[in-house]
Design a protein around this ligand. Structure first.
Ligand code: PMP
Length: 355
């Protein structure tokens, strides 16, 4: 830290991203990426002509992308916002709708970035505990006096609220923004997008990083009524108007044109998730019911951190959070069938050796 850093940032604890290994690992199950490549149209969109056009700025309105998203999600074009990954949108939302001293509520165990943004902007935040089974109790969020941020499905647990439960939260907080972070919604949860037509305080955030195999392209989008969208645009045009680059934009439009390819991959991931859950349960693990592309699981026979290290030694990366309440668990991204087979064989071997 230099002596020049502004006082209020000196104690900031930045988000720690999951490891992106430099050397090849056998199986990477630690950051909830898709195990499947982008579709053929998405890859074809990244052609030489596009690359040559990199000399030109990207469209600051991302019109083509917004049109394609509006078509797919049956909303108006001015109900859509796009940004450099959904983290970019979360950043803008905390800045725009909470800010210094603003009240924010989010689950105690959830996406770690919420607390980082709340700290960054000096929000007055409340971490609401989960229930004993790691589910979110929707009544904890009824009639609150500040912004509410909920990942649905939640991370790292994978549990999801129903549409009815989400609506109850939105309906009882009309004076505040309710942000539903649907990063993992395509893996089996119910989206709240249809509710944006009814509620002006609802902001639904999604991403191309998980279900559409584009984590490296950085593309997130949000849907809401024009009020919230224009607020986000104001922040974006006050920070970085070209936040979605040309290549990403072209790939995003192409990805939406072959949406069924990606939804078929989601179906396969859900199938593999069920198989993996059954196998882990048979090995004695407690596995949290998941509607996401990962499982959150603990074994009664081996501490979470020990299992994490033993897997790592075998070239298999999962995610372990060194945090009270969840430190016996590991979060395991669902890979291909073959990757999950490698993972399960390694777990069996580790358990045999550990006992
Ligand atoms: N929300 C949740 C719940 C996440 O787990 C992630 C991925 N780490 C994000 C948002 C951010 O995803 P991205 O910026 O890649 O869209």
């Amino acid at each position: 830290m230099s002596k020049y850093l502004v006082e209020k940032y000196r104690k900031l604890k930045p988000y720690t991203p999951g490891e992106q290994p430099k050397n090849k690992v056998l199986t990477k199950l630690n950051t909830n990426e898709s195990p499947y490549p982008p579709g053929p149209a998405t890859i074809a969109a990244l052609h030489a002509g596009q690359a040559a056009d990199l000399r030109l700025y990207s469209d600051p309105d991302s019109a083509a992308l917004k049109e394609a998203l509006a078509d797919l999600y049956k909303v108006q074009k001015n109900h859509v916002f796009v940004a450099n990954g959904s983290d970019d949108i979360l950043n803008f939302a905390f800045m725009a709708f909470a800010g210094e001293g603003g009240k924010v509520y989010f689950p105690e165990i959830s996406y770690g970035f919420y607390e980082v943004f709340a700290d960054l902007y000096g929000c007055d935040f409340v971490k609401v505990p989960l229930q004993a089974d790691f589910s979110i109790n929707p009544t904890d969020y009824v009639c609150k006096d500040g912004m509410i941020v909920i990942a649905n499905p939640n991370a790292p647990t994978g549990q999801a609220l129903s549409l009815q439960q989400v609506e109850e939260i939105v309906r009882t907080n009309l004076e505040s923004v309710v942000l539903i972070d649907e990063a993992y919604v395509d893996f089996g949860a119910e989206s709240a997008v249809e509710l944006i037509h009814k509620y002006e305080n609802l902001l639904v955030v999604q991403t191309f990083s998980k279900s559409r195999s584009m984590a490296g392209a950085r593309l997130g989008f949000a849907m809401a009524q024009t009020g919230l969208i224009s607020d986000l645009e104001k922040i974006k045009f006050s920070t970085n108007p070209y936040n979605v680059n040309r290549l990403t934009s072209a790939a995003g439009v192409a990805a939406l044109s072959e949406n069924s390819y990606y939804m078929e991959n989601c179906r396969r991931i859900i199938e593999t998730r069920t198989e993996t859950k059954d196998r882990l349960t048979a090995l004695g693990f407690a596995v949290v019911p998941s509607k996401a592309n990962f499982l959150f699981a603990k074994s009664p026979d081996i501490p979470g951190a020990v299992l994490y290290e033993a897997l790592r030694e075998r070239g298999i990366l999962v995610r372990h959070f060194d945090k009270a309440v969840i430190d016996q668990y590991n979060r395991i991204t669902i890979g291909t069938r073959e990757e999950m087979q490698q993972f399960l064989s390694a777990v069996e071997e580790i358990l045999r050796e550990y006992k």
